[in-house]
Design a protein around this ligand. Structure first.
Ligand SMILES: Nc1ncnc2c1ncn2[C@@H]1O[C@H](COP(=O)(O)OP(=O)(O)OP(=O)(O)O)[C@@H](O)[C@H]1O
Length: 485
């Protein structure tokens, strides 16, 4: 098979500004700003019909027979949903909301595919449990990264716009921007969203009074309850919440994730005893609208050449490139920048202010390609992202292929019914085996795409994004890799 590699022409990236799709709504859904407008263009019209069709398809995770009005929500929250152009609940929202709002409150362990609206479900539950007349913290939500905590806080604020709710984002070195307080000050905010370390610190130091907390949410719960510091910090917060006579946490405990590996699920049952459960079957884990490809790279280094060649395609929408380590992320970004490609590297070694600036710039579409580590693998919701590249295949702490992290990574695209493309780089037998193991576990084909013909690559991806092709029946080259031998 012909491959890109050191012999690849080093011509500057082709100008793809004129390509169909640029600066237009992501196929399959509308951009956030556009979703409110009445149908103004043919494309928006098509997009809206597509989402409505999916929400009417019983096999879609976006399917629901109910309206938000049927789910027992307060009128101010319905107003917030209308303002956000949430017309119908998704399956997880329809199923979770009545369970979350039942009285007396009961714990919930909820699982649903990436991008299917779990955040709205637990945000509505938090907003519903708050007594706005009470000047005290009543809901705490923990998320594994500052980027995700900030994003969840934004959803709380937007959805709660017609309520008088008070909120804070408790993450390290939170900037004062009028809405978010510095976490060093004691708070009475009704809803606290933050990262486990900072919130645990604040609770320990009495900066957060937990005596009135009614609901405690762990987003990305399987990750948070996996052994390690996150788990210890989450447990510390939970154990400081008021308890009943049987030493059970009085607050409603809500755990959400797209994945719950068996061992974490067992443990989750101890954390949230007697919980209502919404579970996915193994075959339901993958999101069908994300087409998965792999590219044969000649060797480890040639991945950079292929990435440079892909740049034009990656910037048609927005893309996230995942690699193993912070230093790899920096070195890929530096090499791309040497070729005058505009990319940003975001990872845990950057300071807080820089991280905020980088994600904000990416969210605003000012940066088109983000090179990152698993720090961005979970929860981040940027509808314009239509491509994901696994520069390195994800591995767990013991170095084994990590199918859960893979699902979360590729789930940064294909949000709420949109189409997305995931591209895996395979450069040796090891990475080939890792990819095949993940493919086997998730039971979805990962299909080879040729790397020697940029036009064909572009067409293949565009056809998927424009819904012309169902990859599983497309006849796209399914030969095995040269690394399979
Ligand atoms: N009922 C709805 N109608 C329209 N859009 C919705 C609805 N619910 C959620 N969304 C949008 O869908 C996108 C994905 O939602 P969200 O981020 O909550 O997914 P998630 O299930 O938490 O994903 P992940 O597993 O990646 O964390 C968001 O942009 C959100 O605004």
């Amino acid at each position: 098979m012909a491959q890109l590699g050191s012999a690849m022409p080093t011509a500057p990236p082709r100008n793809v500004q004129g390509l169909e799709g640029r600066n237009k709504p992501v196929p399959g859904r509308q951009d956030t700003e556009d979703r409110g407008s009445l149908v103004s263009t043919l494309q928006n019209y098509e997009v809206q019909v597509t989402l409505a069709d999916q929400q009417a398809d019983p096999n879609s995770p976006l399917y629901s027979i109910k309206k938000f009005q049927d789910l027992g929500l307060a009128p101010e929250l319905l107003q917030g949903l209308t303002m956000m152009n949430f017309f119908k609940p998704s399956k997880v929202q329809e199923r979770a909301l009545p369970l979350l709002l039942q009285n007396p409150p009961r714990n919930l362990i909820g699982q649903s595919q990436s991008g299917t609206g779990k955040t709205a479900a637990f945000t509505l539950a938090m907003l519903s449990r708050v007594d706005f007349a009470k000047d005290a913290t009543q809901a705490i939500c923990l998320a594994p990264t500052r980027e995700l905590a900030r994003q969840i806080l934004d959803v709380v604020v937007t959805m709660g716009k017609f309520t008088p709710v008070t909120t804070i984002c408790a993450v390290p070195e939170m900037a004062q921007d009028g809405r978010m307080h510095a976490p060093s000050a004691p708070t009475r905010a009704q809803i606290v969203v933050g990262t486990p370390g900072t919130v645990a610190n604040m609770v320990r130091n009495r900066k957060i009074d937990v005596s009135n907390v009614q609901i405690f949410v762990l987003d990305e719960a399987d990750n948070m309850l996996d052994a390690g510091a996150l788990n210890d910090q989450c447990l510390e917060v939970k154990n400081r919440l008021p308890q009943d006579a049987n030493s059970r946490t009085r607050a409603q405990i809500v755990l959400f994730s797209a994945t719950f590996p068996d061992e974490v699920r067992r443990y989750a049952n101890n954390i949230a005893p007697g919980a209502n459960k919404i579970e996915l079957k193994k075959e339901e884990l993958s999101v069908a609208n994300i087409a998965q490809f792999y590219m044969d790279c000649k060797d480890a280094d040639s991945r950079n050449d292929i990435l440079a060649e892909l740049y034009g395609i990656l910037t048609v929408g927005q893309s996230i490139v995942f690699c193993d380590t912070r230093s790899t992320a920096d070195s890929i970004a530096n090499r791309m920048k040497e070729d005058y490609h505009k990319v940003a590297a975001l990872h845990g070694a950057k300071d807080a202010n820089e991280r905020d600036a980088l994600i904000d710039s990416f969210r605003d579409g000012k940066t088109k390609v983000l090179i990152t580590t698993n720090v961005m693998a979970r929860g981040i919701d940027i509808p314009q992202v239509n491509m994901i590249v696994n520069y390195d295949m994800p591995k767990d702490a013991s170095g084994r292929p990590d199918a859960e992290t893979y699902l979360h990574r590729i789930g940064r695209t294909g949000r709420f019914g949109a189409k997305g493309v995931a591209i895996n780089f395979v450069h040796d037998l090891k990475s080939w085996n890792e990819m095949r193991e993940i493919e086997r576990r998730l039971d979805r084909p990962i299909i080879r795409v040729e790397t020697d013909d940029i036009d064909l690559m572009e067409k293949t991806f565009n056809d998927v994004l424009k819904k012309k092709v169902n990859v599983q029946s497309s006849g796209v080259n399914q030969e095995v890799s040269t690394h399979a031998k």
